[in-house]
Design a protein around this ligand. Structure first.
Ligand code: G3H
Length: 542
């Protein structure tokens, strides 16, 4: 049977999808969260189609409808922005002036409600974007862990700041304070986790939010709306839906957004930032494009390199910003590596995300499949081949991974971020060629280096750490553990995300200072003893 035929057969019929697939009940979202209210929505809606198709009797494929959500317009976005601005109230609102302990308590309440929705959300992640069941569960659990770690990190940060400094006759107390209104837009590949990796720290630091869910993975936030409404004061978090190209420019042009946080493309981020009337007032915390390379040297442990590169390039169909998007292999071992790599790729099972042992699953964006095909055609017309059997075959939204070799400069795959299941492999003779690839790239997120030689790795690391922000030695690129700094150079990121760094990214230090005189001491003593300030205090959060 051809690969395309077996991909087609991997899709369930309507009946099978309902019986085996943990299919979520149809969800027609008719509420939006604005100003502490779940407002009824009567305007236009957009249907949500699953990455998963239903196979008809005649072999036709149709993406399964999961429900629909509101397409908000400019007026709705203006209301959401006005609510966030009012809740912040130039830093005088209830949320930005609350004690850190009170904000933590709101977040704990939210987390408790979120955990109760685990199964519903996991099913929606799986069905909306086609992520495997185990990876959808991991995404949820990792997010909850991230929130808990954020709370712990904030306690530690705030406790450290619960003391006064006495320097050169001045008494000071320094804490981190919010920045204002944050516009938060997450990506579709980690719709819950990466969105919350910015939204949660931004919220807990006292900012107020305008939140636009990703283009795929929008319904999975519906089960959280009630928790977002009840756990935080009104207007602290507000949702916007609809066409980003229409709404987002208005939000930025208003000059009322203080922080833009976006996980997406550098082109979009660049364009959006310029829309703010006072760019110097806009802080941007961005996770952007990446084209992480693996450099596999002649002395590498080939089996280890193959294992890590298969995982690095093809976990969640290669739809990770941290995925290995090109493999640069020393020519001395290239044939052996390519052969072993293709053998391992051919063991990857394509199927539906709820099936056990499945790695390759449907892609949420049908147009992406065409783009993948164009990239392969381009490489083939310039001398490369798909070297794994069935590679590049497709059926509906399922695309079987293609290992393309030898890739060279001038092919789309050489520089473009495929963000999908294609693995370009380029041989090199001299390490300088591999280093030049990294140096001349527009991206600077991470790199993987495979070698056994400590001298070589030492020298390479010294150069590579100034090109990217994480050098992975004999292992794939990845973001975790989440306490590690996640950032990038060039067009790959702005600002740093990690449990602790994110708290800093979404806040600014502010302090009080007074002369070390008797009257100041008495005044500060009274503030502390009478608890007249939420900022000036020496309390400890346990
Ligand atoms: O898409 C980018 C994600 O942040 C990658 O995270 O390396 O844990 O898969 P990950």
């Amino acid at each position: 049977m051809s690969m395309s035929k077996s991909l087609l057969n991997a899709f369930p019929t309507e009946a099978e999808a309902s019986a085996d697939g943990m299919r979520p009940p149809k969800l027609h979202q008719r509420q939006i969260l604005i100003d502490g209210e779940l407002k009824a929505w009567t305007g236009p809606v957009r249907s949500v189609f699953s990455a998963i198709c239903a196979r008809g009797e005649n072999g036709s494929l149709e993406q399964i409808e999961l429900g629909s959500y509101p397409i908000g317009g400019l007026a709705d976005a203006e209301q959401a922005l006005a609510a966030a601005v009012a809740a912040y109230d130039d830093g005088r609102g209830e949320w930005p002036t609350m004690t850190v302990a009170q904000r933590i308590s709101c977040m704990q309440n939210f987390t408790k409600q979120m955990v109760a929705k685990r199964d519903e959300i996991v099913r929606l992640i799986m069905w909306e974007i086609g992520k495997t069941l185990s990876d959808s569960q991991k995404e949820f659990d990792r997010t909850v862990e991230y929130i808990k770690a954020t709370i712990d990190a904030l306690k530690q940060l705030d406790n450290t700041n619960s003391r006064f400094l006495l320097v050169e006759g001045t008494i000071g107390q320094i804490r981190r304070t919010p920045l204002g209104v944050v516009l938060c837009m997450g990506p579709y590949n980690y719709p819950l986790n990466e969105t919350f990796a910015t939204l949660i720290p931004a919220l807990i630091m006292g900012n107020t939010m305008v939140f636009k869910p990703p283009k795929f993975g929008v319904l999975l936030f519906v089960p959280l709306l009630e928790a977002l409404k009840s756990a935080f004061p009104k207007g602290v978090i507000n949702t916007v839906y609809g066409k980003g190209a229409e709404i987002v420019p208005m939000l930025l042009e208003s000059g009322k957004v203080n922080v833009l946080t976006l996980i997406g493309s550098s082109k979009v981020a660049d364009h959006l930032k310029k829309m703010h009337p006072k760019i110097n007032r806009l802080r941007a915390i961005l996770g952007l494009d990446a084209k992480n390379a693996a450099i596999i040297l002649a002395d590498a442990d080939i089996e280890l390199a193959v294992k890590e590169c298969v995982l690095g390039a093809l976990s969640f169909n290669g739809q990770r910003c941290t995925a290995l998007k090109i493999l640069l292999v020393h020519r001395l071992i290239a044939d052996k590596f390519v052969q072993r790599f293709a053998e391992e790729v051919s063991k990857l099972k394509a199927g539906m995300p709820w099936e056990s042992g499945v790695t390759i699953t449907p892609l949420p964006e049908l147009g992406k499949v065409d783009y993948m095909t164009r990239m392969i055609e381009d490489a083939s017309s310039k001398g490369a081949k798909v070297i794994n059997e069935g590679g590049g075959s497709l059926s509906g939204t399922l695309f079987y991974p293609a290992v393309v070799y030898p890739v060279s400069e001038g092919m789309m795959l050489y520089r473009e971020e495929q963000f999908g299941p294609i693995v370009p492999i380029m041989p090199f003779d001299d390490i300088k060629t591999a280093l030049d690839y990294v140096v001349t790239s527009e991206h600077g997120q991470q790199v993987s280096v495979f070698t056994q030689d400590s001298g070589t790795v030492g020298k390479l690391v010294d150069q590579l750490v100034n090109q990217v922000c994480r050098v992975n030695i004999n292992c794939q690129c990845q973001r975790g553990p989440d306490v590690f700094a996640f950032t990038g150079r060039k067009d790959s990121a702005e600002g740093t995300l990690s449990v602790t760094d994110a708290l800093r990214s979404f806040s600014i230090r502010s302090m009080i200072a007074a002369k070390q005189t008797d009257s100041s001491k008495k005044l500060l003593d009274n503030i502390i003893n009478d608890h007249t300030s939420n900022f000036i205090h020496t309390g400890f959060i346990f």
